[in-house]
Design a protein around this ligand. Structure first.
Ligand SMILES: Cc1cc2nc3c(=O)[nH]c(=O)nc-3n(C[C@H](O)[C@H](O)[C@H](O)COP(=O)(O)OP(=O)(O)OC[C@H]3O[C@@H](n4cnc5c(N)ncnc54)[C@H](O)[C@@H]3O)c2cc1C
Ligand code: FES
Length: 352
């Protein structure tokens, strides 16, 4: 089971009007547990207006820098992001879960590899970490398409330009702005299928790209993924991270035509707990939390996989899954925040 740690905020930098970066101090004894690979995220647990919030933020530092830094962009009315951007101070402590996530570079990067990275807005955070790792640990080439409304909103603009100067032949850097007049029309607008068609063979050659990593709005990612598949890239070459998903309502197929309760047996930290869960009410995660189980979770949206567990017996309906791979599903893993019981009894193991 994953446990949280209280970590001190070492440094806060105002990166743009709407975004701050937050560097954390990791004591020596926690550095192994907090080791990460580029693309992973940390989850913060905070109590804001008497409500416990859990929010994930991708690491924008790279392991090669021996730093733990995230960046938070303020969203309108956003509870944690407003707190982080306006109220958090250097020296404060935050409760943090260790790094997690599968949006990661391949373990071996060849010098001849070419990577296409696409980010929009705060989606640059995991992407800049990947860029630093690729450039500093190999001779591979990176093409970055980074979309924003205007140049003032470009998070890490100076750091990206410095990297470009340092790795002039290996980093191909392109800012695309949707609400600011730019010299070349090609770089004006949103990153969409038309843009990718215009960029292919001009900025990069999709036939030569080894892997694609994207982080931004759901609609952009799903459209571009379709386009890349149409152009002949394989599913396993295309990776993406979603920071949130469009609100999903429970589909009719998720409704179990059954009254009564399911007996849920949970294994956690070597101990077993049981509780009754009425069909069609709560997800297994929510029901367990109500029963005071200290379970790991973050997004509650089927994205981050923090709530992953193994279904040992019984049947559940998992109605959203953006995170588990087909082989994990085949091996019985479920996202408990999205899983509703379908059988009279289910047994679930969080320790595997
Ligand atoms: C794996 C992962 C990694 C993430 N990495 C980052 C990161 O590096 N930097 C970063 O800034 N964020 C990141 N996020 C998003 C972050 O976790 C929060 O969802 C976001 O900061 C909003 O939280 P909040 O408490 O401020 O807003 P809430 O109080 O939860 O929401 C308030 C309102 O804002 C809307 N909203 C929520 N999220 C967004 C959003 N992202 N864009 C626009 N509107 C939104 C909600 O619909 C709601 O109306 C990541 C999310 C995930 C799942
Ligand atoms: S808590 Fe993020 S997928 Fe369940």
């Amino acid at each position: 089971m994953i446990h949280s740690a209280r970590l001190k905020v070492k440094k806060i930098i105002k990166e743009t009007d709407q975004a701050v970066s937050i560097e954390l101090e990791i004591p020596k004894e926690l550095q192994t547990e907090f080791q990460y690979v580029s693309g992973q995220y940390l989850t913060f647990i905070a109590s804001i207006q008497n409500e416990e919030l859990r929010r994930s933020y991708s690491l924008c530092s790279s392991p090669e820098e021996s730093k733990w830094k995230v960046a938070v962009k303020e969203v309108e009315g956003g509870r944690f992001s407003n707190f982080a951007c306006r109220k958090l101070n250097e020296g404060d402590e935050l409760e943090v879960l260790p790094p997690n996530g599968k949006f990661c570079l391949p373990s071996k990067i060849e010098d001849t590899d070419q990577f296409l990275l696409i980010a929009a807005g705060s989606g640059i955070t995991p992407v800049i970490s990947m860029i630093k790792t690729i450039l500093h640990s190999s001779n591979a080439t990176v093409f970055l398409l980074y979309g924003n409304q205007n140049s003032d909103q470009i998070i890490f603009k100076d750091e990206l330009l410095d990297l470009k100067n340092q790795f002039v032949d290996r980093l191909s850097l392109h800012f695309i702005l949707s609400q600011e007049i730019v010299e070349e029309e090609l770089f004006y607008g949103r990153i969409d299928v038309q843009k990718i068609r215009a960029f292919d063979k001009k900025l990069f050659d999709l036939n030569k790209i080894k892997e694609i990593f994207m982080c931004g709005p759901e609609a952009m990612i799903l459209d571009l993924k379709n386009e890349f598949i149409t152009k002949g890239l394989r599913d396993d070459q295309i990776h993406f991270e979603l920071f949130g998903i469009a609100a999903v309502s429970k589909p009719k197929s998720a409704i179990v035509h059954k009254d009564g309760n399911c007996m849920v047996n949970l294994k956690l930290d070597g101990r077993t707990m049981n509780f009754n869960l009425e069909f069609n009410t709560n997800s297994i995660l929510d029901a367990a939390l109500k029963n005071k189980a200290n379970l790991p979770y973050a997004c509650k949206g089927g994205v981050c996989c923090t709530c992953k567990a193994k279904l040992l017996s019984g049947k559940v309906n998992m109605y959203v899954n953006y995170g588990l791979e087909p082989d994990e599903i085949a091996n019985g893993y479920i996202l408990t925040c999205q899983s509703y019981p379908e059988s009279d009894e289910v047994s679930i193991d969080f320790d595997v």
